[in-house]
Structures are given as structure tokens and as C-alpha cells.
Write a protein that binds this ligand. Structure first.
Ligand code: 9MR
Length: 370
């Protein structure tokens, strides 16, 4: 492979810092989260499993519990909005990195890895791409603007962000065709290859991802992502990784299909990651029953990643039910994350941690220095 796997690259750093937690499971300098009575954080369990565990981050500056809880459980972080085009270049030629820089500072001072999200994403009805971009119809003008955008944003964090979602959601959300977004319409299907080449030039060591939603189940959407990835690799496009967002908004298919899909894409020679996981409470029964089902789902999700050697990180799209995009898009009550509204550990937390440590099919039992 033409790049160094992320976990290996930062493994020593992680072991050295092991995130700012109380490290109840450190014994004589060694992590043993599987020992009886040891109560590890998610980050500590992830280090032992040889993967990264991340979360989306946002600014909640009035909430003193937010940052300590995040730092305690995660060793990787992704800004939920501040690295999107609309945030980094809100007006043409005017860049704003204040929020993104603040997150970088948080990550770096706590030894956390960072995923950059995202460089090119146009999705009708969402605020990811500003109108001035959507108004451009001249290919050369849009091409020059996209080049300047990617060079400026990726260049600013060169060597500090280990993975970038270069193109987000290249497929139609409600279908299985390539989404003919604004970039596609003006630049043609080659916009994806162009964006990757620009990112590669701006940071030759970053792992560059295609990131897609609703591809955890078998079916036409996953097949389309597979074919797209294969095609790009055959053209020599520097796609190093494929992100499976993993927003499980209905009953998840989780273990078998997710594992098979991760394996199939990884066999093309890329790393894979779960990049935006949340799993809603689903099904019938009382609350305890639904929470237990969610615990199993988180266990299965983590197990599926660990069963695939090329799956190096799982990032949740938030970590406390106090803050989830699902509330603002679909209403309250879905409780999709492992900590509850009061930052208490839910069964899902233990499912995720057990999956990291004991997930069936796990082949990553060593620390990430391997
Ligand atoms: O969670 C994000 C929400 O706060 C934003 O309003 C929205 C539009 O920028 O994006 C949400 O995150 C999306 C992510 O960037 C891409 N995959 C789907 C996520 C949920 O919509």
C-alpha cells in the first residue's frame, strides 16, 4: 500500500498519552481492559483493540461536562460542521478557520487523531456548500475555485489531520446511481478524481477517503459504491480509504452484512472506517428491551469493524444523547448514542466497549504498535 496505516502511524503517540483519562486499567504501565474488575474507557479499550474510536465534535461552550466527557472516552475527533466548505470559506475568497482551529487545539493538546470532514459535498437542502459555489456554471471557474479551496483547507492542516473525507456522499441518497450534484453537472464525473488529486498534492501523507451513507447493508447502493471505488482505483486516483457513515436510522442489519461489505471494499486495497455511527433505539418493547437491543447493535458494529483487518477506526456521530443531529432532523426520543442526556453510560456504551474488547471475529488483540 502506498501510505502508512493511520493506527500504526499514531500508535506510539496514543500509547504514550492514552488520552487524558484516569486510566483505571493501567497496571504496571500495561493496559489490560479484559482483566476482571477493570473499568476502561472506550479510548483505552480501543487502544487495546488496535483501533481508534472517535466522535463528532461541536462547540457547546456553555456545557462544562461536554469536553471532559469527550476527552475521557475518545482518541479521535471530527468536527461536525466547521470543516465543511460553507464554514471554511463562507464567502468567496474569505476563509474562516476559527472553529476548526479550536478543535485542532483540543485534539492536539490531548493526543487525539483528527478526521477532516469534508472537502466536496453538495447535497440539496443541506447547508454544506454555499450558494456562491452553486451559482457558478463555468467549468474553468468552478475548477479553479475547487482547487483553491482544497489547497487552502488541506494545506492549512497538512501533517496534522491524518484522514480527509475528500468527497462526501458521491451517490444519490435515495438511489444507487452516482449523484449528479453541482460539481458533477459543471465539471463532469471527473470531479471526484480531480478533488482527490488536489488533496493528495496538498497533503501527500493524509489518508484520503470517499465517504458514503447507507452502505452498511448488501444491495445496489453498496454495489454502486464498490464499483465507483474500483473504477477510481483503476484510474490511479489516490483513494486510500472508504468511509461507511453508519447512520443506522432503522433496524440495522449490522454484523454479517456490514462485515461482508467492509471486507469486500477493503479487498480493493483501501482502508475502511465507520465514520458517523449512530444507532437509534428501535423495535418494540419497553425501554429496557430497546436499550438492550441497542447494546447488542453497538457490540455487533464494533465486532464487524474489528473482524476486518483494514478497519482502523470507528467514529460516532456524537456521544451523548444530549446532542444529536437526529433530534433536530427527526425529533426527540431516538437516543442513538452511548451516553444518555446526563452523560451516564447506557447499555450501548458497554456493548461498544465489549465489542472492542471481545467482539466475535476480532483479530486485533494487540496494541496498535503492531
Ligand atoms: O450532523 C450534521 C448537522 O449538524 C448539519 O446540520 C448537517 C449539514 O451540514 O450535517 C450533519 O452531518 C452529516 C454529515 O456531515 C454527512 N453525513 C450525514 C450527516 C447527518 O446529516
Amino acid at each position: 500500500m502506498h501510505y502508512e496505516p493511520i493506527v500504526r502511524r499514531i500508535g506510539i503517540l496514543l500509547l504514550a498519552s492514552t488520552v487524558a483519562s484516569s486510566s483505571a486499567c493501567k497496571q504496571d504501565g500495561e493496559l489490560d481492559c479484559r482483566a476482571d474488575g477493570v473499568d476502561c474507557t472506550l479510548a483505552e479499550a480501543a487502544v487495546q483493540a488496535g483501533v481508534l474510536v472517535g466522535t463528532a465534535y461541536n462547540e457547546f461552550r456553555d456545557d462544562p461536562e461536554y469536553i471532559p466527557a469527550l476527552i475521557n472516552d475518545f482518541n479521535s475527533v471530527t468536527h461536525e460542521g466547521a470543516m465543511k466548505w460553507a464554514a471554511t470559506q463562507p464567502e468567496r475568497g474569505v476563509f474562516d478557520f476559527e472553529r476548526a482551529d479550536r478543535m485542532m487545539e483540543l485534539a492536539e493538546s490531548n493526543g487525539m487523531s483528527v478526521r477532516g470532514h469534508t472537502l466536496v459535498w453538495e447535497q440539496a437542502s443541506l447547508d454544506a456548500t454555499p450558494d456562491y459555489v452553486l451559482d457558478i456554471t463555468d467549468p474553468e471557474e468552478l475548477r479553479a475555485l475547487m482547487a483553491d479551496h482544497i489547497r487552502t483547507v488541506v494545506g492549512r492542516y497538512r501533517g496534522r489531520i491524518d484522514a480527509w473525507d475528500v468527497v462526501n456522499e458521491p451517490l444519490e441518497t435515495a438511489g444507487s446511481e452516482i449523484y449528479e450534484n453541482h460539481f458533477y453537472q459543471v465539471l463532469g464525473p471527473g470531479y471526484i478524481a480531480e478533488a482527490f488529486a488536489l488533496a493528495r498534492e496538498a497533503d501527500p501523507n493524509a489518508t484520503l477517503f470517499l465517504n458514503e451513507v447507507l452502505v452498511s447493508s448488501a444491495g445496489a447502493r453498496f454495489d454502486a459504491l464498490f464499483e465507483l471505488t474500483k473504477d477510481l482505483l483503476e484510474q490511479g486516483v489516490p483513494v486510500h480509504g472508504v468511509g461507511f457513515q453508519g447512520h443506522f436510522l432503522t433496524k440495522p442489519p449490522i454484523y454479517d452484512e456490514l462485515r461482508a461489505n467492509l471486507e469486500r471494499i477493503a479487498a480493493l486495497g483501501v482502508v475502511v472506517e465507520l465514520t458517523e455511527v449512530d444507532i437509534i433505539l428501535h423495535g418494540t418493547g419497553d425501554e429496557a428491551t430497546r436499550l438492550e437491543r441497542q447494546r447488542q447493535d453497538y457490540f455487533d458494529m464494533a465486532s464487524a469493524c474489528l473482524a476486518v483487518e483494514a478497519c482502523e477506526r470507528m467514529t460516532l456521530w456524537g456521544f451523548t444523547d444530549r446532542y444529536t443531529w437526529i433530534d433536530s432532523f427527526f425529533g426527540a426520543g431516538f437516543a442513538p448514542l452511548p451516553l444518555d442526556d446526563d452523560y451516564a453510560r447506557k447499555p450501548a456504551y458497554f456493548g461498544l466497549r465489549d465489542g472492542l474488547l471481545n467482539g466475535s471475529g476480532s483479530n486485533k488483540t494487540t496494541a496498535p504498535t503492531r
